[in-house]
Design a protein around this ligand. Structure first.
Ligand code: F6P
Ligand code: MN
Length: 312
């Protein structure tokens, strides 16, 4: 590995994984996911922006792009031969596959997070959580890897296998090459990204927001979870939250597909992720549909949120 934050062009994703002694089937799986993302980008750039006429487990209308991205991911995961089970934000069941030789993995993913932003041409992403074996209902701390792909002005892939957090950018040959290694987050930052409706915030969250504003934090919120988390990681500071709301105590974001993988990445960059009381990664998922409030980013800013919430 190079110096923290250093730039080492030309190292591609496969080589980086191999140089980091990542298990062979896991290398294959992560590279397969990187391949899938190339087809998803193509669908975003050229695909139908209409609705699919179906809804997901959360009652949200699915776009044709959601369904297509899900199919792309599922097919590649099935054909990889190293995946025992998958579940996605767009399906309502765990699907099991036959594995070939060696260790097998389970994958939870959000194929196209923020898809309602595609029609206004804002950034969206794919989020992936990987566990060893076939059990998808494990604590986030037991993940062996997490990654996301951000489809913005540039396409980037950020992964961790528990040994640093690394960013790759897609080049003109559609290869992912290393752009930042060992990304870190400072323990306090000057940026805040508040999700949900403020008039529905509980008193603790409202006081927390006022304290951030009084200390001069700047509002930076895109409405897409992947670009908002990517901002924290690449700026190396800040806090994102989508809190518990009045009438919606579990918030909106999903444990398996969104929160566990992002919490894994942010913790491995030296940040923190909490539901307001305890670390996201220590929560036992109650089911595939589980949602949770989240405060994630610079560790002191997350600790401050926990204090305000415990006093509400
Ligand atoms: O699917 C989740 C998501 O679209 C995230 O990308 C984003 O952070 C959040 O929902 C926005 O929620 P809302 O639509 O309530 O503002
Ligand atoms: Mn999503």
């Amino acid at each position: 590995m190079g110096e923290p934050g250093s730039t080492k062009f030309q190292t591609d994703l496969r080589r980086h994984l191999r140089d980091s002694d990542v298990e062979r089937n896991l290398v294959m799986l992560i590279c397969e996911l990187a391949e899938a993302s190339k087809y998803i980008i193509n669908s975003i750039r050229t695909g139908d922006l209409g609705v699919a006429g179906t809804s997901n487990l959360y009652g949200e209308d699915q776009l044709a792009l959601d369904v297509l991205s899900d199919r792309i991911m599922q097919k590649r995961l099935k054909n990889s031969g190293v995946v025992a089970s998958v579940v996605s934000e767009e399906t309502d069941e765990i699907i099991c596959f036959e594995c070939e030789d060696g260790p097998c993995y389970s994958v939870a993913y959000d194929p196209l997070d923020g898809s309602s932003l595609v029609d206004v041409n804002l950034a969206v992403g794919t989020i992936i959580s990987i566990h060893r074996g076939n059990n998808l209902l494990q604590k986030g701390r037991d993940q062996v890897a997490a990654l996301y792909i951000l489809y913005g002005p540039r396409t980037t892939l950020v992964y961790s296998v528990g040994d640093g957090v690394h960013e790759f950018a897609m080049n003109h040959l559609m290869e992912y090459t290393l752009t930042r290694e060992n990304i870190t987050i400072d323990n306090s930052g000057g940026i805040y990204s508040p999700g949900g409706q403020r008039n529905l915030y509980t008193s603790g969250t409202e006081k927390y927001v006022l304290s951030l504003e009084e200390s001069g934090h700047k509002l930076r919120y895109s409405g897409g979870f992947v670009p908002d988390i990517n901002q924290l990681l690449m700026k190396g500071k800040g806090v994102f939250f989508y809190p518990h709301l009045q009438g919606r105590p579990q918030g909106k974001l999903r444990m398996l597909y969104e929160l566990n993988p992002m919490a894994f990445l942010v913790e491995h960059a030296g940040g923190a992720a909490s539901n307001g009381c305890k670390p996201i990664l220590d929560i036992e998922p109650s089911g595939i549909e589980m949602c949770s409030p989240v405060f994630i980013g610079s560790s002191k800013d997350v600790a401050a949120a926990e204090e305000f919430i415990s006093a509400e």
